[in-house]
Structure formats: structure tokens, C-alpha cells
Design a protein around this ligand. Structure first.
Ligand SMILES: [Zn+2]
Ligand SMILES: [Zn+2]
Length: 394
């Protein structure tokens, strides 16, 4: 127990009626203690000193004969002798710098928070208290200092709010007053209404003041960083899934004629993917061009300016199975390759091909089977050139 670090701080219980504030203080003594933040590596002792405080309002009549209310003073008082009042100035004089000791102990100077209620329930009153506290603590000045922001305490000032069934706290308190003694006791136990609720609220406000230890803070930042990195990695992973990966491409036998994207040299298909049987060229050709001899791999003549494949390939993406028609582009470099039309299209030779998965010959390079390429390598440059001109792939 003794080596457990302790967090010490003060929370003011601020109201407009000393007896009612005292009642809340006595209930607080019986309530279960506040437990430490969940993310703390070692659960610390939380020691909260509750300061009974009273706000004294004054009023004067302005020229329109309206009463203008103002906050005269905020004072602490002694619950055993309510006439004993003391200024809050001594607390504010402690400064607002919070430091963690090497053993993990933290003592927050001054008054960490104000739990406001007990007869103070308008936004107007709360604002008066806020500016009073800020003035006393000099918060408005230190707030500018960015470097100190981390360690400089900002006072938490919170006002209790009515339960949903009441329009205001005074309405809610009126409802508490008419309860029987037994019901009042019950309400205090439940912390549902009246001083029991105020006591619970004060503890909630106190919880907000608990600072993280340096270790917990470092751990939290590390975890947040890790989570961010993991998220980034997952995002990148899904991105690369959409992008080309090796699994998108089949491993084609090097002894077949393969076709690669002209732009990035990615091998996309081979001659085994061609439509089977190949379409026969239209007899009534419109632009007959002389067929060059020597095309070893296809029975399709030169007039056909496209390769037609028998089926969709992985690299063509999911869309090809979902759409009637679309464009085909290289999954690596996005270069245009051709198109697909499941209901068919006309080849440049004039024949309708159904279905049509069409790759423009001009967009791909033909890679001859390995053995042929070796033969080619043994040929003289002149012979190679002659063969190339004859249409034999390099
Ligand atoms: Zn490409
Ligand atoms: Zn054709």
C-alpha cells in the first residue's frame, strides 16, 4: 500500500447555503472513494480534500429600478463552525503548476475544481463564478503560455444540472423538500436527487481532475501512435490489394508466346488465352492488306489488329464480371489495352466476335518462346532483323 503513488487535490463544493453545503460534505465522507484512471499501470490512491465554499451575491438597483446581481465573494468555511470563513486566496497563492514526484506522487496546488450547485443554478451565476475564479488564479494570463499549458492547471468549474423531469435545479430541489424523511434518506442513498446527487456530482467533477501519470501518458501516446500506424498499414494493405499484385498474374510457361504491356513490360497473357477456336476472318473484307508471312503463333491474319481472349483474367478486375462492357487497361501502369463487350464486337477484319475480350496488338509486345529466342540470339544481326521484319517476335 505504502509504495502506491498518491494523487492529492482539492475540490470546492460551492453553493449559496452553508447548511446545505455542509450536508453534502457529510454525505461525501460516506461515499465510496474515487478510483484511479483505468489506463494507469499502477492504480494510485486518490485523495481528494473537499473544500466547503460559499458564494455571496450582492445586488443593487440600476437606474431602471432593476436589481443587478453580482458575486461579492467566494469564501471557504468551516463545517464545524460555519461562522469561520477564510479567503480562497491562500489556495490560489499556491500557484498552478502541477509536478509529478519521482515516486509518482502528484499534488495539485490550489483548488483543482469547483462543483457548483446548492442554490446556484443559473448560467449567469456560473459565469460570474468562472470569471471570479479565473481572475483569482490568473488563468487568463497563463493560458497564453503554450509551453506551460501542459503542466499548468486549468480549473474545472462545473454546475450541477437538473434531472430530465425538472426544468431547473430549483424545481428539482423543491421536489426534494416535499419528500418524506424516509424518501429523502432513500434519495441520498441513490444519489438521485437532493444533496446525495450533489455529492455524487462533486465526485464526478473530481474524477475529471485526476491527471495521468507520466508513464501512463507515455503509454497512451505510444498506443495511440501504434493504433494510427496499424490503421495506416491496413489502409495501405487494402490499397495494394486493389493495386496489381503478383497473384493477379498467371505464371505462363516460357515456352509459349507471351504478351506484355508495351509500356511497363508486365506479362499479361499468352497465346493459350486466345479465343478458341479463333474467329475466321470475314470474307468480304473492306480494307484488304497484304498478309505478311511467317506469323508462327496465330492463325489470325494481319488484318485482325486485335487479340481476342477466351475469358476474363484476374488482372482485368472484378468489374469485368459485373458490367456488360468496359475498357481494359494495364493494372500496373494503367496504359490502355483494349476493351471487353460480353455481347460481342466487330474485329477489324469485319467478323463479329462474341464474347469480345479484345486487346489491341499495338498495345502489347509479343515475347517469343524462350527456345526460339535463344535461337534468335545465335543468329546474325542481319538475319535477326530479317526475321523481325517477317513478324517473328523478339
Ligand atoms: Zn503496363
Ligand atoms: Zn478478325
Amino acid at each position: 500500500m505504502s509504495d502506491k503513488p498518491t494523487i492529492k487535490f482539492r475540490v470546492a463544493v460551492l453553493g449559496a447555503n452553508k447548511n446545505r453545503v455542509s450536508k453534502v460534505l457529510s454525505i461525501l465522507q460516506d461515499r465510496p472513494p474515487i478510483i484511479d484512471l483505468e489506463n494507469e499501470p499502477i492504480q494510485r490512491n486518490i485523495e481528494v480534500e473537499y473544500i466547503p465554499c460559499i458564494a455571496s451575491f450582492g445586488g443593487y438597483k440600476n437606474e431602471d429600478d432593476e436589481v443587478v446581481k453580482y458575486l461579492a465573494k467566494l469564501t471557504a468555511f468551516d463545517v464545524s463552525d460555519v461562522k469561520q470563513e477564510s479567503s480562497l486566496q491562500t489556495f490560489f497563492d499556491e500557484g498552478s503548476k502541477m509536478e509529478e514526484m519521482p515516486n509518482g506522487n502528484i499534488t495539485i496546488p490550489g483548488i483543482a475544481a469547483f462543483a457548483v450547485g446548492i442554490g446556484i443554478d443559473t448560467d449567469n451565476d456560473l459565469h460570474k463564478i468562472e470569471s471570479y475564479v479565473n481572475m483569482m488564479s490568473g488563468n487568463s494570463v497563463t493560458q497564453k503560455d503554450e509551453d506551460e499549458k501542459e503542466t499548468v492547471l486549468q480549473n474545472v468549474i462545473k454546475c450541477i444540472e437538473p434531472n430530465s423531469e425538472y426544468a431547473s435545479m430549483s424545481e428539482e430541489n423543491a421536489a426534494f423538500k416535499v419528500l418524506s424523511d424516509e424518501e429523502k434518506e432513500q434519495a441520498i442513498q441513490n444519489a438521485s436527487i437532493g444533496p446525495g446527487k450533489m455529492a455524487k456530482f462533486t465526485q464526478q467533477v473530481a474524477r475529471e481532475c485526476i491527471p495521468e501519470s507520466k508513464r501512463a501518458k507515455a503509454e497512451r501516446i505510444r498506443k495511440e501512435q501504434e493504433a494510427k500506424e496499424k490503421e495506416q498499414q491496413e489502409l495501405e494493405a487494402t490499397e495494394t490489394k486493389q493495386e496489381p499484385s503478383e497473384s493477379l498474374f498467371k505464371e505462363y510457361n516460357v515456352e509459349t508466346t507471351r504478351y506484355a504491356c508495351k509500356m511497363c513490360r508486365t506479362i499479361l497473357f499468352n497465346n493459350e488465352e486466345f479465343e478458341d477456336p479463333p474467329h475466321s476472318q470475314s470474307q468480304h473484307t473492306f480494307s484488304y492488306r497484304k498478309v505478311k508471312g511467317g506469323n508462327v503463333n496465330t492463325s489470325i491474319g494481319e488484318k485482325c489488329q486485335c487479340h481476342f481472349l477466351k475469358d476474363a483474367l484476374n488482372w482485368m478486375g472484378k468489374e469485368i464480371h459485373e458490367c456488360h462492357e468496359g475498357k481494359l487497361s494495364c493494372p500496373k501502369c494503367d496504359g490502355k489495352l483494349g476493351l471487353y463487350k460480353w455481347h460481342g464486337t466487330q474485329c477489324s477484319c469485319g467478323t463479329w466476335v462474341v464474347p469480345a475480350i479484345m486487346i489491341h496488338k499495338s498495345r502489347v509486345d509479343e515475347i517469343a518462346p524462350e527456345s526460339e529466342r535463344n535461337t534468335m540470339a545465335m543468329l546474325s544481326p542481319l538475319e535477326r532483323l530479317r526475321l523481325a521484319n517477317a513478324g517473328v517476335g523478339l
